[in-house]
Design a protein around this ligand. Sequence first.
Ligand SMILES: Nc1ncnc2c1ncn2[C@@H]1O[C@H](COP(=O)(O)OP(=O)(O)OP(=O)(O)O)[C@@H](O)[C@H]1O
Ligand SMILES: [Mg+2]
Length: 323
Amino acid sequence: MIELDDFSVGFGAGTALRGATLTIRKGDRLGIVGESGSGKTMLALCLMGMAPDSAQLSGRLSIDGRDMAGASEAQWQVLRARRIAMIFQEPMAALNPLRRVGDTVMEPMRVHEGLSRGAAHKRALALFEEVGIPEPVDRMRQFPHELSGGQRQRVLIALALACDPVMLIADEPTTALDANVALRITELLVRLARERGMALVFITHDLAAVARTTQDIVVMYGGDMVERGATADVLAAPMHPYTRGLLAARPDPTVPARNADGTRRRLPSLPGSVPPLNALPQGCRFAGRCPVELAHCATRRPATRLVADNRQAACHLLEEQAR
Ligand SMILES: Nc1ncnc2c1ncn2[C@@H]1O[C@H](COP(=O)(O)OP(=O)(O)OP(=O)(O)O)[C@@H](O)[C@H]1O
Ligand SMILES: [Mg+2]
């Protein structure tokens, strides 16, 4: 369905995405993880034809076998309406506070498919049921502020499904929710993807959520795809030092939050943060924060090695070890 080949996004001197290569097929469930600023949302926006005007794009993006380089806004709109839908990172911003949520969900059906009000109402009602909103008839008449965070997220999922997309991109759909509600939302996304045969791209900081939700995972850092593979394999045996750091920084639910003497246990965390785009090293982006850095890491970009079938990582240390 979607193929990215050596795809980059630049802003002036900085690179928000560097040589991204990715294939997404029908029914795939793919997780994209990485710290804030690693390029996850930028990648998603490019797949939707919504990169900012100031971005310089290069490389190849094809959707349904068709090169999208010169696609017009009208062509993208058709794709966005009928093929690819996205749940955006800011749930409140995506819902008009002055409109009843039922009307919001009905709108794309009326605009893009020309459904009558009655037919759109019927379909919206079925979607509200499908995404598990109780008392859907009453809920459809409510305004966003009258719903809980979890219900608002369900409304956004219903909105994304309004025109039966074949791929759903969910950008941090659970970050604003408490753990129990987040769990139910991820279960819902997996069920919808399975039942509809829909591809799911799940963007998150939450490694536990990605483990529950996806089959494959791409780990991003500073605009690079540093590691990828089956989710279970990558989480069980990470190869890139950045992935190892992310996993070590994850709170372990089996470890008590306090030490024996009652003091708060400190979570391990990656030292530092992703530098601004124009300050990233030219070689491996992780150089400067990497605990096992070699002399040439900051200046030479590591090649992406195919370590095993469906398992890749880009790290000089792996190349050294392979020699
Ligand atoms: N319009 C823009 N102009 C310039 N730089 C931008 C623009 N939009 C994003 N960036 C930069 O691109 C990089 C990637 O941003 P992106 O939003 O994709 O990160 P992210 O991985 O989604 O982070 P988060 O987890 O915080 O959502 C960041 O360094 C960001 O500052
Ligand atoms: Mg983001």
